[in-house]
Design a protein around this ligand. Structure first.
Ligand SMILES: C[S@@+](CC[C@H](N)C(=O)[O-])C[C@H]1O[C@@H](n2cnc3c(N)ncnc32)[C@H](O)[C@@H]1O
Length: 251
């Protein structure tokens, strides 16, 4: 009984203040334990929570179902509800016709962004893990957002150069960077080289403090080509400091 209490309540309550421990506990120990016990994967369990609690065709209920599941049942690496509010306000302010998201995972932020897009806008989201992409497709469909979302299964480095041609895109209004952190800088440079930014395009990068993207931050903050601003928040579903960096391309 003491062991179960520790595992279910005390350990999560303590580790939520320490980024490294959060990842070791939730992303390694708990995930592997639950995978073995339930013979399923975390993305499958997350999809199950959506199917159980969210209303088909209602994107807000999908976002809420995932947040409830991740706060109370099982942590997962979605941008989450707290940073999600910052994401929402940037999407609403930019009111983009074309969005690129790097890193779909289970489609949480995809649905979050897509639900705020104006009619005829499109969101291209890239995910290189086929298992995650398969779950994301079902989450996006449950939310009724398939028409706005192009989910591409592939690596960012390979797909960014194909975006103009494949999707008839002239320029991206908004890029949400939320894939592996060491790819933020090379992919930003690739996006620039491919001529995908126009004056006023906005880059919004998650996790710039934890796990952190120091080279990317240094680049956008010191470059004359960007006006950059930090939005302080917390790592999803924890009390660890993290935040989003919004960088406007000045041309
Ligand atoms: C933090 S998760 C994305 C979370 C998601 N944006 C959300 O908030 O719901 C990062 C995802 O990026 C994917 N990824 C990492 N590097 C990638 C790359 N170079 N190209 C495509 N996907 C990548 C990983 O497989 C993982 O699913």
């Amino acid at each position: 009984l003491i062991g179960v209490t520790l595992a279910l309540w005390l350990i999560p309550a303590v580790v939520q203040y320490h980024g490294g421990l959060v990842l070791i506990w939730h992303d390694v120990i708990v995930e592997r334990m639950l995978n073995t016990l339930t013979r399923s994967t975390r993305p499958q369990r997350l999809l199950g929570a959506v199917q159980k609690s969210a209303t088909r065709g209602d994107p807000c209920s999908v976002v809420n179902a995932i947040d409830q599941f991740c706060r109370h049942t099982e942590w997962a690496m979605n941008v989450g509800d707290e940073k999600g509010c910052i994401l929402d306000s940037v999407v609403s302010e930019v009111n983009p016709a074309t969005v690129l998201e790097l890193g779909t995972y289970c489609g949480y932020s995809t649905v979050r962004i897509a639900r705020l897009l104006p009619p005829h806008a499109k969101l291209i989201t890239l995910e290189f893990n086929p298992d995650f992409a398969a779950i994301a497709r079902q989450v996006i469909a449950w939310a009724g957002m398939e028409e706005k979302v192009h989910l591409v299964e592939g690596a960012s480095g390979e797909w960014i150069p194909k975006i103009k041609e494949q999707f008839g895109v002239k320029a991206l209004d908004l890029v949400f960077l939320d894939h592996w952190k060491d790819q933020y800088l090379p992919d930003t440079k690739l996006i620039e080289e491919c001529g995908l930014l126009r004056k006023g395009s906005v880059l919004l990068a998650d996790n710039v403090i934890f796990p952190g993207a120091p080279q990317y931050l240094e680049y956008v903050r010191s470059s004359q080509q960007y006006e950059s601003q930090y939005f302080k928040s917390h790592l999803e579903y924890t009390k660890v400091e993290d935040g989003l960096e919004k960088s406007v391309f000045l041309g």
